[in-house]
Ligand binder design. Structure first.
Ligand code: SAH
Length: 252
């Protein structure tokens, strides 16, 4: 009997991948995913790899479902968590629009550590209060909607994790997003550029909304926007911790 598992590989470091993900990857006959993510999975004799570029998620999901329906044990890989701006949604979209037989397939989602959690752990505890995640990519939704959501959650006091903050094809969106936040948040609000966290090229910069330079971000960067309540603890070596206090200043 075939199955399909959508597997989160975590943010990069193999130690941040769950044992459950490793077990499923080892049991699969076929691996499907963006070639860059497949490269993170150790090669196993007899296991087939179906790499693709990052733009054809639905085709990739259908291909994986076809393989599973034909009896293969298929792992579809995503970075981080597969349910966060990643392949799990594409698989369910394909199932909903696809042949009835796909609804009886054994389909599982194997969670992973999403980039925002790796970034938060690096910094301290900036998500300890209310937070949300927004993809800045306007490939799949209109840009005015991105801005509306971003300003609404910033006004409401959420810490915001911006995924897909920038890429070569989307060079101006992050600058426009930061501009939209300037009237809403104090200039000293912490802004973090966290790139390739847990990988060898890791680079993290903590700055403020007033000083944030969008050119620091690329496709490996998560941008975290704090709130007026985000606390900083300076350390003797010049680094700092960021954290969200457990209680809001207005709590009784
Ligand atoms: N499913 C993934 C997110 C995919 S969207 C997850 O849960 O993490 C791709 C975006 O994730 C990137 O543009 C970047 O914003 C973020 N990202 C992924 N890995 C990252 C890492 N190691 N460090 C910083 N940001 C990362």
């Amino acid at each position: 009997m075939g199955w399909l598992a959508v597997v989160g590989l975590g943010p990069g470091d193999a130690a941040m991948q769950t044992p459950q993900a490793a077990d499923v990857l080892a049991a699969a006959t076929d691996l499907v995913g963006y070639a860059t993510y497949l490269d993170r999975v150790p090669h196993r004799p007899g296991q087939a790899r179906h790499g693709s570029d990052n733009r054809v998620e639905l085709d990739r999901a259908r291909h994986a479902l076809d393989l599973a329906a034909a009896g293969a044990r298929v792992a579809v890989v995503s970075s981080g968590d597969p349910g966060v701006f990643a392949m799990a949604s594409a698989v369910f979209e394909a199932i909903e629009a696809g042949p009835d037989a796909w609804r009886s397939l054994d389909v599982r989602v194997v969670p992973g550590i999403s980039a925002v959690f790796a970034v938060a752990a690096w910094l301290g505890a900036p998500l300890g209060s209310d937070f949300c995640a927004i993809s800045l990519s306007d490939n799949l939704k209109p840009w005015p909607l991105v801005l509306r959501r971003l300003t609404a959650v910033a006004e409401a006091g959420f810490v915001v994790a911006l995924y897909n903050a920038a890429s070569q094809a989307r060079p101006w969106q992050l600058g426009a997003a930061l501009e939209a936040l300037r009237p809403v948040l104090p200039p000293g609000t912490p802004v973090v550029f966290a790139s390739a966290v847990s990988r060898p090229e890791e680079a993290v910069t903590v700055t403020t909304l007033a000083d944030a330079d969008p050119a620091r971000a690329d496709m490996r960067t998560l941008v975290l926007i704090g709130t007026a309540a985000t606390r900083r603890i300076e350390r003797p070596d010049g680094r700092l911790w960021l954290y969200a206090p457990r209680s809001h200043p207005a709590a009784s």
